[in-house]
Design a protein around this ligand. Sequence first.
Ligand SMILES: *Cc1c(COP(=O)(O)O)cnc(C)c1O
Length: 359
Amino acid sequence: MARPSRVVIDRNALKHNFSRVKQLAPNSKVMAVIKADAYGHGIERVAKTLDEADAFGVAMLDEARQLREAGIKQRIVLLEGPHRADELTDIQSLNLEPVIHHQSQLDMLESNNNLNDLQVWLKFDTGMHRLGFLPEEFESVWQRIQNCGAVNNTPRLMTHLATANEAEHPLTQKQLDCFESITQELNLEKTIANSAATLTLNNTHVDWVRPGLMLYGVSPLLNADANEHNLKPVMTLESALIAVKNLKAGESVGYGAKWSCPEDMQIGIVAAGYGDGFPRHAKTGTPILVNEQRCELIGRASMDMLCVDLRKVNNAQVGDTVTLWGKGLPIEEVAASADTIPYELLCGVHKRLEFVEVV
Ligand SMILES: *Cc1c(COP(=O)(O)O)cnc(C)c1O
């Protein structure tokens, strides 16, 4: 038997979630964010499925090149812009749109005489304090852009929110006010919203929304579940029981003998572990489905295997299907139980797994 662990990608769910973005922000164009291999889902597969996206957002040139080589025609935005001056040649020839967030990138643009008419996205730091020009740099940046032969004179304007996933966080309004004060006079296209803002802050939708996580059917909101927003999980991480055994009260399970049976009981061994991307920090009690019945992780996951408590499962057998997250088991819950966030789990799915598409 081939090792049963696999990643199932539901392309219909992806299309459904995209249509939810359109419902929520009907007057905005959509930049689908597909960095980090489309949050672990496969960048080409996701780009081809989301053929209605107006643009794709990626983090680096190689991702953009892969998309162009796969025949993707939409706009592609490099969310961190050029990392080195020599990337600009490819940026022009592949028709990419870099975010420009730092003076050093303006220097690169100004010192390159072979560029013309690049579409750039100027990013402002309105309070997240990661990438972007500070508000007080605006005048000088604007002058340099207007005088720069490499770029066209209609840059798009963007900012990124630090706390959109927390309802009523005061920083959000502060950032919105700051962005408004910098950009209100300029009749240029603007973008603010990530998934959290697309879901909950209509006033941030403006010309373009930039959803990532919600496209994959996962909620970025604190204490929220994706169902509530009518999002459907795209990725299901599946495996199977490869052993079932009956142990006596007091017998320990796994490395370090950290966990012991509180009573005579049945446990199952699942062919998935941290070598596949299941978090080693998941705590005992992390939910797992065996034959769609909810049970619990016991002890720490090992590299290729983990153990489940089968006391709540009827008639478990070797070969039974196990769901680690996805359909029937929200990844938000698994992430919370491992002190992490769904983003990290999705990106961490290992490429050694078989990927299977269902349509
Ligand atoms: C990753 C990213 C997004 C998407 O964020 P989600 O929380 O996944 O929706 C949007 N904008 C920028 C600049 C990003 O880096």
